[in-house]
Design a protein. Structure first.
Length: 170
């Protein structure tokens, strides 16, 4: 559990995704029933651009511990992975699950906004921007490279496109 938590911190704060990914794989090997390893591993896979594997990891975390207080992170990860795969409707469903657990989870609000934008639901996307801005006032399209550890340029570009459509300032 300590290995998984340490790797999650490396991903979320240090943006050391590759190192965190290898540590999370070891955490899963040592404790295949540990929800945190699968959850953190899902985020690492997502940031590395392996979205299908990320979905598998998040689903495994959900099966292992569906009532964990932090399970909204798995739902948010599923929403994000589905967004990157172009499964926007599924992304909206997963983001709604995350928001049911944690209504102010800004990652789920952002991905809801992005899915709506990519579906052409501009009114719904643009309605979410003020709520996102209230929770994360420094959000800007141009700051995304510094604020997220995505390793694939096409993932970052897709997210930036959706955020622009939703009305996030440059």
């Amino acid at each position: 559990m300590v290995l998984a938590q340490s790797a999650i911190v490396l991903t979320a704060i240090g943006y050391e995704v590759e190192l965190a990914d290898s540590l999370l794989e070891e955490a899963i090997r040592l404790n295949p029933n540990g929800m945190l390893g699968w959850l953190g591993g899902g985020w690492a896979k997502l940031y590395l651009g392996d979205h299908r594997t990320a979905i598998d990891y998040f689903q495994r975390a959900l099966r292992l511990s569906p009532l964990a207080p932090s399970i909204f992170f798995a739902h948010g990860g599923l929403a994000s992975a589905n967004f990157f795969l172009g499964n926007y409707e599924q992304g909206l469903k997963c983001a709604a699950d995350a928001l049911r657990h944690h209504p102010d989870y800004v990652t789920a609000l952002r991905i809801t906004m992005a899915c709506h934008a990519m579906l052409g639901n501009m009114e719904a996307a643009q309605k979410l921007w003020p709520q996102v801005a209230l929770l994360s006032p420094s959000d800007r399209v141009s700051k995304m490279r510094k604020g997220a550890p995505f390793r694939r340029d096409q993932d970052l570009a897709k997210l930036q496109e959706a955020y622009r459509l939703a009305g996030m300032p440059e």
